[in-house]
Design a protein around this ligand. Sequence first.
Ligand SMILES: [Zn+2]
Length: 379
Amino acid sequence: MSEPDTPSPIADAAGMAAPAPWGAPRPDAIYFDGASSRKRPVRVQSGDTLEIIEDAVRVAAWSYQDLRRHDGPVDVLRIGSLAAPPLARLEIRDPALQREILGRAPMLDRSTEASGTFRIIGWSLAAVASIVLIATFGVPLVAERLTPLVPLSFEKRVGAAADRQVRAIFGDRVCNQGGGPAAFAKMVDAVRRAGGIELELQTQVIASAVPNAFALPGGSVYLLSGLLQRAETPDEVAGVIAHEIGHVIHRDHVRRMIQTGGTSFLIGLLFGDITGSTAVIFATRTLIDSAYSREAENSADAFAVEAMHKLGRSPKPMGELLVRLTGADGKNSIFSSHPLSAERLAMMTREDRPVTGPDILSPAEWLALKTICGRNGSR
Ligand SMILES: [Zn+2]
């Protein structure tokens, strides 16, 4: 839907000095009723409300309180009304009339946040439509189509809610020893910049035997000490972090939320319940990074490979870490639905390059990170 912005055919009416008498052929304004694209020359009568008169018939009366300005050509005042159809517009070229309306419409330049209501209605309709679509076409296809339509702000709110869940679950197991937090932040920041990500990322290492790492939409990156203990070099960990950030950048979380939450996710969307059950499902699924599609895993790997290349480092160590964690066949592990580790190692070995960039962490920083949960690795 686009705003009508072609010049009005009666542009020469601009600058008219005195208002024409009733029924005069020269109009004050052009009216779009919001239902058709027809330009209707109208007269404007200013009383308690702004009356729109066509052929001596009042076709609309807009309260000054409800008037809102919309973008238009510089010499045209283009307004709508909160109470009118969303696309209804009145275009006024006459400077005197423009001044009068400007003086009487206090909320004219208030942002059309009132259209927040329309947005919510729009979303509700989308959610209902999606439920119908899912019933008809099945979840994966709909998730694929729907993901790009989910607003980033929504994703961030779910990310923040999931982050609170994670903190509630692991809050007392955050590792903070020595220079560890700074070292981890430095590593994540290097990956972030290599990946071309503007957003600042929060970082946390958690004491847990599970060898895993994950990132949340909105910018929290978590590393579990189980993975750290098995890692032998900073490059191995950096590659895994890059992979997880790749999932965030590709919005795989959203796609998976729609897939796993299915209609309940959409009903949550419908009723605005995004901080409750949805976040719990989301946080739980996120901690068990095992539900992404193979395609999603491959593209997260591709993101990681590219980030490591930008850093002048090889992605191969990451593949080696995966094999160490899961065995070559990747069975019996939290990575079980990831592509086979051997296959991934082969891909990352193909992408192996001589190191040209600086170390991601100095030996001292790496030691600090390794011992962030204490000397024995569990605090
Ligand atoms: Zn993954």
